[in-house]
Design a protein around this ligand. Structure first.
Ligand SMILES: NC(=O)c1ccc[n+]([C@@H]2O[C@H](COP(=O)([O-])OP(=O)(O)OC[C@H]3O[C@@H](n4cnc5c(N)ncnc54)[C@H](OP(=O)(O)O)[C@@H]3O)[C@@H](O)[C@H]2O)c1
Length: 394
């Protein structure tokens, strides 16, 4: 650690499963020390993700749907308390551990948020992440592996904007697509389209030459078109959904669905792929990475196996996918979709705003340490929010 790094830092501690009162802001948390192979990062912006709330509330049951549980893919639960959440971290290297080149000090970078279970570059079987199984970025400093803190110079990209392109959304989106082998020219239905993963999916479809159809809400249509959506369908009206889809695809079936909604909606999504199997050139594919509309879907297995629907469960992604995404960010091929920034000490307000989001909410909320607010947060502060959203956030 260098001499100017303070021994204590401000951080938001998650003290247990439950409501936002479990989040406690403290200014005397020991600053981490970089271990061998790690860099110490002074945090300037960390994006909020759905998983912060889900992990806090224990909404990751895998056996009994009523369980209060979080990730335990390696066999044992890794979320222990107190924990600093926040996965998608941007900042600058201020110190290095042993075996890390000192020239890295000063680099601005974006964290690949995974706690990888192995060195495999093409496989990630036990998804876990900074902010869950280890401390994350809702703090002034974080120590992370040097090879997962990716240098992104791009001076045209503000730190808060870079955080909005964090891997929790982008790597998940990309892995949904690679799992389903999405290729150029394919019609892809993107659900939860205005969210962090959805906005990433629309952009990534365009990068690989696929045609994204967004399922969202009417007030977000213009922004989704601007991002690359071929058409925007309104989830408030799912009546004759397949007919609505045919109207925008020119009668063609959806080749693959990127499903972040789940619940009762998924069965309707399957219809859009199987209504005319003779018109298809490939198997119907359903990539699932979220459940914003419900964690349980009733689907007849005959629909899955007779129509040969291929199912892909997706959590996070691989090292090589993260590296590809970092390269696309450097090349300016991905655009940040940043909704607003909040101060770290106001994380409770940000959580309420995130849950009770109003109209025109698109993309990401970013959290900025109070000590960095003037430079990295204030330019992206929420300037005008609807009365409803404002009341909800109080
Ligand atoms: N498996 C993974 O590795 C992974 C990683 C990241 C996220 N996730 C999960 O993926 C989902 C999306 O994450 P995110 O970060 O994109 O979340 P987000 O930014 O909160 O966006 C979620 C979007 O889902 C849509 N939505 C909300 N309620 C809905 C409902 N009742 N029915 C249908 N759609 C609804 C909304 O978009 P519209 O208004 O546009 O419809 C909303 O903006 C969440 O369930 C999250 O936990 C999983």
């Amino acid at each position: 650690m260098n001499d100017t790094t303070p021994p204590h830092m401000a951080a938001m501690l998650l003290t247990g499963h439950g409501d936002i009162d479990q989040l406690v802001y403290q200014q005397d948390v020991p600053t981490p020390t970089p271990a061998t192979g790690e860099v110490l990062v002074k945090v300037t912006a960390t994006a909020k993700n759905n998983t912060d709330r889900k992990a806090r509330e224990g909404l990751y049951p895998t056996k009994d749907k009523n369980d209060v549980a979080s990730f335990a893919m390696g066999g044992t639960p890794t979320l222990t308390f107190p924990r600093i959440q926040g996965a998608d971290v941007v900042g600058r290297v201020v110190a290095v551990g042993r075996d890390v080149d000192i020239s890295r000090i000063g680099e601005r970078g974006l964290l690949d948020f995974n706690l990888y279970g192995s060195q495999r570059r093409d496989l990630n079987l036990t998804p876990d992440y900074y902010g869950h199984g280890a401390d994350g970025g809702f703090a002034e400093y974080i120590a992370v592996p040097s090879d997962q803190f990716h240098h992104i110079a791009n001076p045209d990209l503000a730190d808060a904007e870079l955080a909005a392109m964090g891997m929790c959304s982008y790597q998940t989106a990309y892995h949904m697509m690679t799992s389903a082998s999405i290729s150029a020219g394919e019609h892809v239905l993107v659900t939860g389209a205005s969210g962090g993963v959805g906005t990433a999916l629309i952009q990534l479809c365009r990068i690989v030459g696929a045609i994204p159809y967004a399922l969202s809400q009417g007030d977000k249509a213009d922004a989704l078109f601007a991002l690359g959506a071929e058409a925007v369908l309104d989830r408030a009206d799912m009546h004759n959904f397949t007919e609505q889809v045919k109207a925008v695809t020119g009668g063609a079936p959806i080749d693959a669905v990127m499903d972040l909604a789940g619940g009762k909606m998924t069965d309707l999504f399957i219809d859009t792929m199987i209504f005319d199997m003779n018109a298809r050139q490939s198997y119907p594919r359903l990539s699932i990475a979220g459940a914003s509309a419900g964690n349980v879907s009733e689907i007849m297995w005959t629909r899955i196996y007779l129509y040969q629907v291929q199912l892909f469960g997706v959590s996070h992604g691989t090292r090589e996918e993260a590296e590809q995404l970092m390269e696309w960010i450097r090349q300016g091929r991905l655009k940040p979709v940043l909704h607003a920034a909040f101060r770290l000490s106001e994380l409770h307000q940000a959580e309420r705003y995130f849950v009770n989001r109003g109209t025109n909410y698109l993309g990401k909320i970013v959290i900025v340490p109070d000590s960095e607010w003037a430079q990295h947060g204030a330019p992206f502060a929420l300037e005008s929010i609807s009365t409803l959203a404002l009341e909800a956030a109080q």
